[in-house]
Design a protein around this ligand. Structure first.
Ligand code: SF4
Ligand code: SF4
Length: 314
């Protein structure tokens, strides 16, 4: 495993970051103990960086793993907080459930532009206040939007967690090339960058080799978060990051792997999922939610907004 400085944060992170969305209740719904075993295995394989969020509900999984992996794991979490109080509570919750005093990185979740940053400014200032007290070590934002990368650069945040992949799948407001240009500027300004959705949320499994090659070639990508749900996935991805190739068995497994959204019969047609989807992939038809697989990046955000727990990624 290779490691890079994450911008100017002084945090040295593995190039492969463990994406913890996929193990939690929004996706695989693993038992916390099982999730902890995966974190422990990832750490043993050289991964020292975990990406999570308040919304993912995977703190308990990570907490189990950290107990065994020890204090050298770098954790990044995110919050949708608008107010100071919400931001402080979000960081407190993470510290409590992860059973650690310091959360290395905290991000504003899913920013879209300078305007959403304005709406979250109280929360952002609260995060910077915690940074000055040493409770967190870096502050940033996650985004699927080029406009938010530009706004985060103008604000001089420490870290950006942007969506980018070889097809530009999921970038809401422009092309892959435009996102690359914005990220080059952010990187040149000293901002740490770790990317998401290298495999398009699972849509690009069959071209994983090409996808990883692309994202690993981006000079601004200090680390790459990849969602993992099993020891086999961790081993395959670590091997790829170390040797730049998959073995035959991994290629066969990836080719057979296809994930999709399932909307259960008990959907009430409330429309919350449609409103939550930044990709316009959900519509209502005949009083039920229907997902457009061509637009869906399998981020799982809709499922967290469903009051009926009617959305699953299978
Ligand atoms: S439908 Fe759900 S999983 Fe698909 S892109 Fe929209 S929010 Fe994400
Ligand atoms: S949020 Fe859940 S219940 Fe509401 S429309 Fe979507 S799937 Fe159906």
């Amino acid at each position: 495993m290779t490691y890079r400085e994450l911008g100017k944060t002084r945090l040295k992170v593995s190039r492969l970051c463990f994406g913890a969305l996929t193990m939690g209740p929004l996706q695989a719904n693993l038992l916390p103990e099982r999730g902890g075993e995966l974190i422990e295995h990832a750490f043993a394989r050289g991964i020292n960086f975990v990406d999570t969020a308040q919304f993912y509900q995977s703190y308990r999984h990570i907490g189990h793993g950290l107990k065994k992996a020890g204090g050298d794991m770098i954790v990044c979490s995110k919050t949708y907080a608008y107010t100071r109080e919400q931001a402080l509570e979000a960081v407190d919750e993470a510290r409590r459930l992860l059973d650690r005093d310091v959360i290395e990185i905290f991000l504003l979740h899913e920013q879209e532009s300078e305007f959403t940053f304005k709406g979250h400014m109280q929360a952002l200032e609260a995060l910077y206040g915690l940074k000055s007290r040493g409770v967190i070590r870096a502050v940033g934002a996650s985004t699927h939007h080029i406009a938010a990368v530009k706004a985060a650069t103008a604000l001089g945040l420490d870290v950006i967690h942007p969506l980018i992949n070889i097809k530009g799948l999921g970038i809401v407001d422009g092309t892959r090339e435009e996102m690359e240009a914005a990220l080059y500027s952010a990187h040149n300004a000293g901002i740490g960058i770790y990317t998401m959705k290298a495999l398009g949320g699972g849509n690009l499994f069959s071209s994983a080799d090409e996808c990883f090659k692309y994202v690993l070639s981006l000079p601004f990508a200090d680390s790459i978060a990849v969602g993992m749900q099993s020891v086999e996935e961790i081993d395959a991805n670590v091997n790829y990051f170390e040797n730049l190739r998959f073995d035959e068995a991994d290629i066969a497994r990836l080719n057979n792997k296809k994930r999709r959204i399932l909307v259960e019969d008990w959907c009430t047609g409330c429309g919350n999922c449609r409103a939550a989807c930044g990709q316009n992939a959900m519509r209502l038809d005949g009083g039920r939610a229907v997902c457009d697989p061509a637009a869906c990046i399998l981020c799982g955000y809709c499922s967290g907004h469903c009051p009926m727990w009617a959305i699953k990624i299978i």
